[in-house]
Structures are given as C-alpha cells and as structure tokens.
Design a binder for this molecule. Structure first.
Ligand code: F6P
Length: 328
C-alpha cells in the first residue's frame, strides 16, 4: 500500500473548463489531509523540464470561474519515450513526490498508465478532463457540459441569421472521434440533421432529408457535423449538398477552439470539485493506477487499464433516434 506525503498535480492534453475547479479541489483536499502539494506546469512537459512549484490553499484562490488551466497544459511527445519517463521520474524523486494526480483525456491516461507500470512507487490517479466526453468509467468528463453550452449559444445565433436569409448552415463542432457534443447540441438547437462518427449517414440520405424539409416549408436548416464524421469536414459535405439542393443558399461555420474556452458551468465546477476531492481520497486510501469518474451521480473508481481498453464510448441510441424524429 502506498503511504503518501507529497502529492503533485498536472493538467495535460486539450484544456477543458472545469480543470481549475478540479485543481483547487485537489490542492485543498490534500492540504486538509496534511499533505504537501506541488503544481506541475504544462503537464508531462513540466515534469520532464522540472517546472514545478509548491502550492498552498491561497495558490488556488478565485479560480473556480476561470476557463483553461492555471497550471497550463501541453501535448508532450518526449514523455512517450523511456528516456523522457526516466527524467520525469528522477525529478519526482528529487522533490520527494510520491503521488500524482493527472487531469486529462485518454492520451494523458495512456502516458500515466505506462509511467505508473514502469515506476510503481509513484501512486497515480487520473481525473477525466476533456470536452470530448469519450472516456469509459465516467458518464461525464470535465468540460463537456460547458463546451456543449458554448456550442448551443453559438448555434442559436447562427439560427437567427440562417432564418433571416432562408439559408442552410453546416456547423462543424469538436469532439475528435466522439459525436457527444454534436448530438447534445443538435437536440438542444433543433438541428435538421446531425452527422456523427458513431453513425454513418449517406450524403444521399442527407440530401433527401433536406429536400423534404424544404418542401415542408422549412425556411432555414442547420446541419451539425461532428469533426470525426466519416463524410469529411463540413466544407466538403456542404459542397456536395449545394450541388443537389439548389433551393438553399449554403454557408459553413467551423466553431473551432472557442468551444474549449469560457467560464465553467455549474455542472463542471461541481464535477471538478467532486472528482478532485475523490482523487486525493482514493490516493490516501492506497489506490493507484486508477481514475475517478462519476456514474449515476456516484463516484466510481476504474482501473486505468480498463478505462483505456474499453475506451470506445457509446452514444445513447435513444438520443440519436429521438433527434431524428424531433427534427421532421
Ligand atoms: O480533445 C479535445 C480537443 O478539443 C478535440 O475535440 C479536438 O479534436 C482536439 O482537442 C484539438 O486539439 P488541438 O487543440 O491540439 O488542436
């Protein structure tokens, strides 16, 4: 069993709103339990470059409302090599750190698992932080709720102008291989169609659907394209559709990185606080190589190995079916 006295925390991969509330929770829960706490800058990069600092309760004051991450983040290639991991390990040992909380997505967890297998004397706990909502072991990941709300706000505005001009808009949203943001934003904004990586849609069917909408007196239409959809990006799809659906003037909006920013929603602030609290408590109870998640509104702890092996995140069939029926 790991007995810990000094804990480090880092954020890695794409930033996500809710990371700051989680950092705050980790730091203060650790201090409450008489642990020393260290913040590592820029994820695994800071671990390799020895870029870390001591944190106190006041180091995390007034950050609950901030998007991004006060610890900064990076996608770090050198950490994938044995040499990079060895340097990271030596830096942790030098500072007497015996436990690590990593907040990030599946790339972050892959690194954490490899590191922890190589150096099992450092206890490691993962917290799912990614707007993509694609991790097994947690119904929701940090940032997903805020990002979805940001997308909804943007699409509502696009709807205003689409309607004013009787236009057809293709809006591309993030999510990497996951259509989670696209599906929920599509339902919330009444999109005429949602193109998802999890469900193949033939362009011919999309065109038929849009033509039906047009003959059913729809003045504007919005098609949400998840960036991982197999038909290609929103521009390619729009070009193909414009050729066939002459009744609409077609426009494209790629929402891009604005989806990652902004003040975390209430949901993400509470989720971040709960998961940070649970991560430290799990480490204190001797757990390692695991991640904390939320399922059915309860904390669930899953082995990192299992979380990564089962990493295929399933979208809810009933939501997909409902979205189609409600968009007639
Ligand atoms: O994983 C989060 C995410 O925002 C994905 O939705 C997107 O595909 C990717 O990161 C973009 O990464 P980057 O900011 O490195 O371009």
């Amino acid at each position: 069993m790991h007995k810990i006295s000094k804990l480090a925390v880092l954020t890695s991969g794409g930033d996500a709103p809710g990371m700051n509330p989680c950092i705050r929770s980790v730091v203060r829960t650790a201090i409450y339990n008489k642990l020393q706490v260290v913040g590592i800058r820029r994820g695994y990069q800071g671990l390799i470059e020895d870029d870390m600092y001591d944190m106190e309760a006041r180091s995390v004051s007034n950050i609950l409302n901030l998007g991004g991450t006060i610890l900064k983040t990076a996608r770090c290639l050198p950490f994938r090599s044995d040499e990079g991991m060895e340097i990271a390990y030596q830096n942790l040992k030098k500072h007497g750190i015996d436990a690590l909380v990593v907040i990030g997505g599946d790339g972050t967890f892959t690194g954490a698992l490899r590191f922890s297998k190589k150096f099992p004397d450092i206890a490691v706990m993962g917290v799912p932080g990614t707007i993509d909502n694609d991790l097994y072991g947690s119904t929701y990941t940090l940032g997903f709720d805020t990002a979805t709300n940001t997308v909804i706000e943007a699409i509502d505005k696009i709807r205003d102008t689409a309607d004013a001009h009787d236009r057809l808009f293709f809006v591309e949203v993030m999510g990497r291989d996951s259509g989670a943001i696209a599906l929920r934003a599509g339902i919330s904004c009444g999109a005429e169609a949602i193109l998802l990586p999890e469900k193949a849609t033939a362009i011919e069917d999309l065109i038929k659907n849009l033509k039906t909408g047009s003959s059913n007196k729809k003045s504007s239409s919005i098609v949400i394209v998840a960036e991982g959809d197999k038909n290609g990006g929103a521009y390619d799809i729009a070009k193909k559709v414009q050729k066939e659906v002459k009744s609409y003037d077609v426009k494209v909006t790629i929402l891009g990185h604005l989806q990652r920013g902004g003040s975390p929603s209430a949901f993400d602030r509470i989720l971040g606080s709960r998961l940070g609290f649970a991560a430290v408590n799990a480490l204190l109870s001797g757990k390692s190589q695991m991640m904390v998640g939320l399922e059915a509104n309860h904390i669930k702890i899953t082995g990192l190995e299992e979380a990564l092996n089962q990493h295929e995140f399933k979208l809810e069939e009933d939501l997909m079916q409902m979205a189609e029926i409600l968009s007639i």
